[in-house]
Write a protein that binds this ligand. Structure first.
Ligand code: NAD
Length: 478
């Protein structure tokens, strides 16, 4: 797989190249071109030209058809996309073929459909004049694309999260300049090939590769020709992008980090709660923003739950590596810190030895910790690895206080059979998403996003289309 930029309908690979390593075994997969300021400039210029030209003239029906062709193009090369995602991330093949690639197709299909049913002119009202003596007026609101949109995505769900922004941005009529993570450039390059084949006007979608700080990501988000930024990644990166965007007052949509709590009440179906927490803490080795890192368990079932969770963690086999040697070192530094802070390690806590090629990769053991105070850094900071800390609670109010005592607020999971409790507790949890007796069950039309340091704005369905378009009110005196 050769990573290439895609600018104004042309594939190119200028800029210095950097190596791409396979997280599964540390081997070199190829090289990636680093976009210079000139490449980024060219991409923004091409996007602007597309808006002023053929792409800007398309109607909703045409754009909807284009999104369907892109979905079909990914479907037709399904296995290639799966291979590329598995190679770049090291994630289990089953995950890439049941979640990442199908969801990318789903993202384009969902917005093709939503767009089809969405009126171009909305909220038509006829109101009496509210300023004295002006008479009656007819107000109507049109939605206009924002213009050139920068999309910056992370490495954990490379294709899924990229398309989660690109699909609604294109649906709403914007031109896109996307920069995927430097760790995972391959499926983005395949997507550019599919979009090229789908026959979108040149410049409607552009792709530049490269790093973030001091490089392509920074050049793009600080570019005066960019009208909006949609970013998923770490909260600290979001803050840096916001500072960079401030000079041009560029609007942002942010999906950031988390330190997600699970609350397990004593009345829960314990089998489901244990299995659900295994999934929510260890899927993709904890490298999903929605993963649980804090588990609070009502005291009567604390001992049994914790013992069963630790046993399941020890028995896990196919959990995939950390994305890079650097990220593995970060996760291991938290395993060491947890011990220094006084944690009891119930499962894992180190590096596994497989006795095969995987030992050259970047794996860490699924880890269950307990015994730390809420002030411990291990309990407060996002680790983004296969690790959770389990602590007991005695009352519903205490559970809520513990769950909410975090700088983050992305997703929470409640495990209870008491319907009233679920409805009572869910709205009081300070996160953007609350799952009850499930985890990561997604309807693409629902609002997705976080509060506090976990983000700004919501994605999904109409929420994304609202971000990627500007309502313009037209008032006619009658
Ligand atoms: P990251 O913030 O390091 O990088 C994300 C992207 O930003 C990459 O493309 C990177 O090159 C770019 N970038 C980095 N510095 C930049 C800068 N100064 N200016 C412009 N661009 C810059 O995040 P990551 O390590 O790739 O991903 C993991 C993080 O993403 C975790 O914190 C995780 O919680 C978060 N995440 C959040 C969601 C969500 O929906 N809320 C989803 C997935 C991941």
């Amino acid at each position: 797989m050769k990573a290439e930029h895609y600018v104004g309908g042309i594939f190119r690979s200028d800029g210095p190249a950097f190596p791409l390593l396979a997280p599964a075994d540390g081997s070199e997969l190829g090289t990636v071109p680093e976009a210079t300021r000139e490449v980024v400039d060219d991409a923004v210029t091409a996007a602007r030209a597309a808006l002023d030209g053929a792409w800007g003239a398309t109607g909703a029906e045409e754009r909807s058809a284009a999104l369907r062709r892109i979905a079909g193009g990914i479907q037709a090369r399904f296995e290639e996309f799966v291979d590329a995602e598995v190679a770049d991330t090291g994630k289990p093949r089953e995950l890439a073929s049941t979640v990442d690639v199908p969801r990318a197709i789903g993202n384009f299909r969902a917005y093709a459909e939503l767009l089809y049913g969405r009126p171009e002119r909305a909220y038509t009202t006829q109101v009496p004049g509210w300023s004295a003596g002006t008479g009656q007026a007819l107000n109507y609101t049109v939605r206009r694309p924002l213009g050139v949109v920068a999309v910056i995505s992370p490495w954990n769900l490379p294709l899924l999260l990229l398309t989660w922004k690109v699909a609604p941005a294109l649906a709403a009529g914007n031109a896109v300049v996307a920069k995927p993570s430097e760790e995972t450039p391959s499926t983005a390059t395949l997507l550019a090939q599919v979009i090229d084949q789908a026959g979108l006007p040149s410049g409607a979608f552009n792709l530049v590769h490269g790093h973030g700080a001091g490089a392509a990501g920074e050049f793009l988000t600080g570019h005066p020709g960019v009208d909006a930024i949609a970013f998923t990644g770490e909260s600290a990166t979001g803050a840096a992008i916001m500072r960079n965007a401030a000079d041009h007052v560029t609007p942002v949509s942010f999906e950031l980090g988390g330190k997600n709590p699970a609350l397990v009440f004593a009345d829960a179906d314990l089998d489901a709660a244990v299995e659900g927490t295994v999934r929510s803490s260890f899927t993709h080795s904890g490298q999903i923003c929605l993963c649980t890192e804090r588990v609070y368990v009502e005291r009567p079932v604390f001992g049994e739950f914790t013992a069963r969770l630790a046993e399941r963690a020890r028995a896990l086999e196919d959990y995939g590596p950390m994305i890079s040697a650097e990220h593995r070192e970060k996760v291991l530094s938290y395993y060491r810190l947890a011990r220094e802070e006084g944690a009891e390690v119930l499962a894992g806590g180190g590096v596994p030895a497989f006795g095969d090629a995987r030992d050259g990769g970047f794996h860490v053991e699924p880890t269950v910790l307990t015994g730390l105070p809420e002030t411990a850094r291990t309990v407060r900071e996002e680790i983004f690895g296969p690790v959770c800390h389990v602590a007991p609670f005695d009352t519903e109010d205490e559970a809520l206080r513990l769950a909410n005592d975090s700088p983050y607020g992305l997703a929470a999971t409640l495990w209870t059979r008491d319907l009233s409790r679920a409805h009572r507790v869910a709205p009081r949890v300070q996160t953007g998403i609350v799952w009850v007796n499930c985890w990561n069950l997604r309807d693409l039309r629902t609002p997705f996003g976080g509060v506090k340091a976990s983000g700004i704005g919501r994605e999904g369905g109409e929420y994304s289309l609202d971000f990627f378009s500007e309502p313009v009110n037209v008032c006619i005196q009658i």
